[in-house]
Design a protein around this ligand. Structure first.
Ligand code: ARG
Length: 594
């Protein structure tokens, strides 16, 4: 066990002990400790507890202060206002805590790891076969990947599921067209993964359009396409082989995009809609037998009191259509059974566009009625908002078409490379062209990810590349430069070693930085519990700001005494490590030199 008790936790414990001694009858002894600007911490809990016990809050507060065991942690406690406590901790405690974090042999900065936590299935990065990926798929991938990493870091078992759209009647027309034009998906040249991804997608696009034209204009083709759907559903070998070709070619493209996004997607976790085909009949049978679903106008439906159409009539969730076909709902209900009973998940998380919220609300409620979900096994949608253009309208090209994700990422990389190149020109250690290209990609992709992760997921956000690659403000570039600057100081330290010196008095900027660093574990715990990466981005942005203030006020290599140089290098090191770890959990690289 290398986890470090944070200062917040140890102060909290000391206060809670004194509080229960002062008020032995109180039901709770939560001092409600918060970080504060006036002192290091403020405790607000006494007021309400005293009122409840009809005691004078100031008197209770005085008694708590008298009974606190300060240890080597608390320097000073004073009662303020009607019964708040202002608490200052010792410089020694700050430095010792950080030293323990840096000494963590598992390199986890003392962040606790609870392997018994549970199993969460995260459903994210789910594009559709034979279709271009768009900004919505970007959000799902970026948010899902970060949430999965944050959860894993805290000890949760995470199973990724990429629920790609790989089934449906549109495959009849696609497969039929491919049979009639067998070379449409052939590759001509493929020198890089990115190029073959592009080629795969442009083939699929061309085929999709041509098949659609044939379907809409040629009655005979339409008939053949419809019969092809029947063959596909019946499991006809040749038809299935062509279907597989569409899936494989689409994956070549998906993986090339995920690769550009610097994101690892495991093939085994790509379990698309078709992966649940064998379960659909049974899902319907279970729902019908339990009375959760009923036949209405020939379709198998689930009704909800609070889901009504504009005409006031109930709108059901259709599990099986009147022609016997299955749709999105039957697949998702079957996936729930698989995730709960086979994967043994305790939490199901769906990182999906907010516009699908009604679907998930109905699907989850159906699964609860069926007993597949309950108080111990829960499902929720991590719904994300729409990506808007600079004009505040849903992101479109000037021609009104959806923007291709790849074009967007390439543009971000170009812009970032320009920023990196310019910065490098007036740097004492300029980068080579090769380095500029590599860093440009890391900065550009980081910028896109950070912009997405730093607003709470449910809000819409503006895709504004100028803002995203700006060096000032709440951007990944700002954090990456902060990291690189620290690394450069550490390189320039030469023979000076870094070492913690708990005996040293700390300057205000050092204390502020140190206290913030000590709060990393708590931020991660919150970000994990709330599935909220934006709490981590906010923490990291503040960290960089505290570091900047420290750097302005406290010379590192030119500090007054050798001990102070060592201690400040130590503060630099733990800041760098914390930035690096935090950014990694967001899926963002931190280059050593920029
Ligand atoms: N493929 C869908 C889309 O592009 C998203 C799938 C979401 N996941 C799910 N289990 N339904 O909109």
């Amino acid at each position: 066990m290398t986890s470090v008790t944070s200062l917040t936790a140890s102060v909290n414990q000391r206060l809670a002990d004194a509080l229960s001694a002062a008020m032995p009858d109180a039901a709770s002894a939560d001092p409600l400790l918060r970080r504060s600007d006036r002192a290091d911490f403020q405790a607000n809990g006494i007021l309400a507890l005293a009122k409840k016990a009809k005691a004078n809050p100031r008197e209770v507060a005085e008694r708590v202060v008298g009974g606190i065991d300060n240890g080597a942690v608390i320097k000073d406690v004073e009662v303020s206002g009607p019964g708040f406590l202002n608490i200052t901790v010792t410089d020694r405690a700050i430095t010792e805590n950080l030293a323990a974090r840096l000494a963590d042999t598992e390199q986890r900065l003392g962040v606790p790891h609870n392997p018994g936590a549970g199993t969460t299935v995260v459903d994210y990065a789910q594009p559709n076969v034979a279709k271009e990926m768009h900004v919505g798929h970007l959000r799902s991938a970026v948010i899902g990947d970060s949430v999965a990493q944050i959860l894993r870091f805290t000890g949760e078992t995470v199973v990724a599921r990429h629920h790609i759209g790989d089934w449906g009647t549109q495959f009849g027309m696609l497969i039929q067209y491919l049979i009639e034009h067998p070379h449409e998906l052939d590759h001509k040249e493929a020198d890089s993964a990115a190029a073959s991804g592009e080629e795969a997608m442009s083939n699929l696009n061309r085929l999709y359009k041509a098949a659609r034209v044939a379907f809409d204009s040629d009655e005979e083709f339409k008939g053949r396409a419809r019969r092809r759907v029947v063959a596909l559903q019946a499991g006809d070998t040749e038809t299935l082989a062509r279907w597989q070709k569409f899936v494989d070619e689409s994956k070549v493209y998906f993986y090339s995009v995920f690769d550009k996004l610097d994101m690892v997607i495991e093939d085994a976790d790509v379990v698309g809609e078709s992966g649940y085909n064998d379960m659909l009949d049974e899902t319907c049978r279970l729902l019908e037998e339990s009375g959760v679903a009923v036949i209405s106008e020939g379709a198998l439906c689930v009704f909800f009191d609070d889901v009504k159409g504009p005409d006031g009539n109930p709108v059901p969730l259709i599990v099986r259509k009147s022609d016997g076909g299955y749709g999105y709902a039957a697949t998702d209900l079957s996936a729930i059974r698989n995730r709960v009973f086979d994967l043994k998940a305790s939490t199901l998380l769906y990182v999906v566009d907010a516009r699908q919220s009604l679907h998930f609300k109905m699907v989850f409620e159906t699964a609860r009625r069926a007993g597949w979900l309950n108080d111990d096994v829960t499902a929720s949608q991590l719904a994300f908002g729409t990506v808007l253009g600079k004009d505040g309208k849903p992101f479109k090209t000037r021609e009104g078409e959806t923007v291709r994700l790849v074009d967007l990422l390439d543009e971000a990389i170009d812009r970032a490379s320009a920023v990196v190149r310019e910065k490098s020109q007036d740097s004492p250690e300029p980068l080579t062209e090769e380095e500029i290209a590599e860093r440009g990609a890391q900065v550009g992709i980081g910028a896109v990810k950070y912009a997405d992760l730093s607003t709470s997921a449910n809000r819409d956000y503006k895709f504004d590349l100028d803002q995203m690659v700006s060096l000032n403000g709440d951007t990944s570039v700002y954090l990456q430069y902060a990291y690189a600057r620290i690394k450069s100081i550490l390189r320039r330290a030469g023979d000076a070693t870094l070492a913690a010196h708990p005996e040293l008095e700390l300057a205000p900027a050092e204390r502020a930085l140190g206290l913030h660093l000590d709060g990393f574990a708590e931020t991660l715990a919150e970000a994990a519990a709330d599935h909220a990466p934006h709490k981590l981005t906010a923490y990291l942005y503040q960290l960089a700001s505290y570091y900047t203030a420290f750097y302005d006020k406290c010379p590192v290599l030119k500090a007054e005494t050798p001990a102070q140089v060592e201690n400040r290098l130590f503060l630099c090191e733990i800041t760098a490590r914390t930035l690096h770890q935090g950014m990694a959990l967001l899926g963002i690289r931190t280059p050593e030199r920029l």
